[in-house]
Design a protein around this ligand. Structure first.
Ligand code: ADP
Length: 386
């Protein structure tokens, strides 16, 4: 599907190849916001209902895209779609008015309007995302940018859902604190019960504090497109810092924390993110470990990865829970009676995966849980003797 004319009132989607040329020209002047919409179920429908049905659906979606783009875009912006593809793309190449380039809110607004039209006409779920193209290489450049935009969109949704969930969680303790305080103020309460009410209100206030801590921890991680990329850190230094952070907790429970770094480990990861990952794992090891027990943290080189292990002597994690505990707000079997909001491991997973690594949990030789994060090593240190 292609048309050379792509100005206001006559906008017809270009082919993705033609779009590349437009982007190349526009990016020489200013960064180009690229908006992407995808129908992820399209392939399944083609497989299930046959090519004809899929083609009809795609035609409907393409017409809806074209009409919605015509309404939402400025003269000079371009839209593109290849026949048979599940991807619809917009490059906001119009020259900025009053020196004001389209911002995040503009991109989201356009995306939402077009996604709503697309979803209404096709009856399918629409994935969306956007990215700002600053440099563009025609060969494979567009496919890469489309992936980056969709990845960013998925992260934005993840963040939105996270805050919505936290907002919901905060309402419960707040309601209960208000209830207890109002009952006390009204004086309609057996005086013997007042300390119990106050203790409950305090417990709920502490829980709110923990939820807020988790929320800020999460929001401090920059979720922009190239967030944790590009930086490196000496893992040994971050282990030292993390041990300092958790020392009061460990001392409080008489737990000895032993740290070990087998070789010079340089991970391709932002130092703050590495510290956050270590602190979360160590806090848990101390929280779930035995009073007076031991926690070990060690880093070593394993091929192209830095391997970080945190071991404890607590109850461990049952095989059936080993995947689910990394979910947001998921608390496991041994969490009762221990403070927490089920956020720490979700953050650990997010940090490890965003760096291109992974996290898993197994049994520790100390008898409890062993959390093992593999993080890519800094590029030039891979291949050197370690
Ligand atoms: P929280 O500790 O606040 O509940 P996390 O996301 O840090 O949240 O952990 C999720 C769950 O994983 C915990 O509720 C707990 O059941 C389990 N868990 C985490 N670390 C350990 C550990 N070292 N030993 C045993 N269970 C653990």
């Amino acid at each position: 599907m292609a048309s050379a004319t792509n100005s206001r009132g006559r906008k017809r989607p270009l082919s993705l190849t033609a779009l590349c040329a437009r982007i190349e020209r526009a990016v020489a002047r200013a960064p180009v916001p690229l908006l992407v919409l995808r129908l992820p179920e399209f392939e399944r429908i083609a497989w299930r209902d046959g090519k004809r049905a899929a083609k009809r659906l795609e035609r409907r979606a393409a017409l809806a895209f074209e009409a919605a783009a015509r309404r939402a875009l400025r003269a000079g912006d371009v839209s593109a779609h290849d026949c048979g593809s599940d991807v619809f793309v917009i490059a906001m190449t119009a020259p900025a008015r009053d020196d004001r380039a389209p911002g995040t809110a503009d991109c989201r607004c356009v995306l939402e309007r077009i996604a709503a039209a697309l979803s209404l006409r096709s009856g399918l779920r629409v994935q969306t995302g956007w990215t700002a193209i600053r440099r563009f290489e025609r060969n494979a450049g567009l496919a890469h940018e489309i992936d980056a935009a969709l990845e960013r969109g998925a992260r934005e949704r993840e963040r939105y859902e996270f805050f919505a969930a936290i907002g919901h969680e905060l309402r419960t303790p707040l309601t209960s604190i208000r209830g207890y305080l109002e009952t006390l103020i009204d004086g309609a309460l057996d005086p013997a019960l007042a300390p119990q009410f106050l203790r409950t209100a305090r417990r709920e206030a502490l829980r709110m504090g923990r939820l807020l801590d988790g929320m800020f921890e999460f929001s401090l991680l920059d979720l922009s497109a190239d967030a944790l990329g590009g930086r490196t850190c000496e893992v040994e230094r971050q282990i030292e810092l993390a041990c300092e952070v958790v020392r009061p907790l460990a001392d409080n429970r008489g737990i000895a924390v032993r740290a070990q770094c087998a070789a010079r480990c340089v991970a391709a990861l932002d130092p703050d993110a590495c510290l956050q990952l270590l602190v979360n794992l160590l806090e848990n090891a101390i929280k779930y470990g035995r009073d007076g027990g031991a926690v070990h943290v060690e880093a070593s080189v394993a091929g192209a990865d830095v391997l970080i292990r945190v071991d404890d002597d607590g109850p461990g994690i049952a095989p059936g829970e080993r995947d689910s505990i990394f979910g947001l707000r998921v608390r496991g079997a041994h969490s009762h009676a221990r403070p927490g909001a089920g956020i720490g491991l979700a953050i650990v997973k997010m940090i490890a995966e965003r760096a291109g690594g992974a996290i898993r949990v197994t049994e520790s030789p100390l008898g409890g849980a062993r959390f093992e994060a593999s993080l890519p090593r800094k590029a030039e240190s891979v291949g050197r003797a370690s």
